[in-house]
Design a protein around this ligand. Sequence first.
Ligand code: CMP
Length: 153
Amino acid sequence: MQKTLVLLKPDCVERRLIGEIIGRFENKGLNVVAMKMLRVTPALSKQHYAEHVSKSFYPNLESFITSSPIVALALEGLEAIRVVRDMLGATNGLKAAPGTIRGDFSSSRQMNLVHASDSEESATRELALYFQPSEVCEYTPTLVGSFRASDES
Ligand code: CMP
């Protein structure tokens, strides 16, 4: 099992798409194991997007990510990091395939609705930025047997 960090960005919150997007993850069979709404500060933005801070688009990215509240989620599932990234689609909504979240709801490179960790290292680092270990609720849903066979874990 893997855990991954997902952020529903300000455009997702402003467009009232929180339920729609979380519903996609739940329908896929991923477990929500932590969730909170918060306002990203400039300091948290610089930590979260450390690899982008020196890039030309970073000032606009920081303005955007701090502009309205976001919803942070920890999702758990088999191969969750890849599965969630595949569900998001390409970074640029104009290039994301139909059927993906960005492909269906975004026409923008910056306002692409959702962020998700891209590797195990990123997931570990990013989850720790948003959640204390005690805020992550481990549980096995009773419906797990309706989502996959017992030898698939
Ligand atoms: P995300 O998956 O959160 O990771 C970094 C974010 O930076 C990305 O989604 C986009 O919102 C944004 N981003 C990436 N590349 C560009 C770019 N060239 N111009 C503007 N924003 C970008």
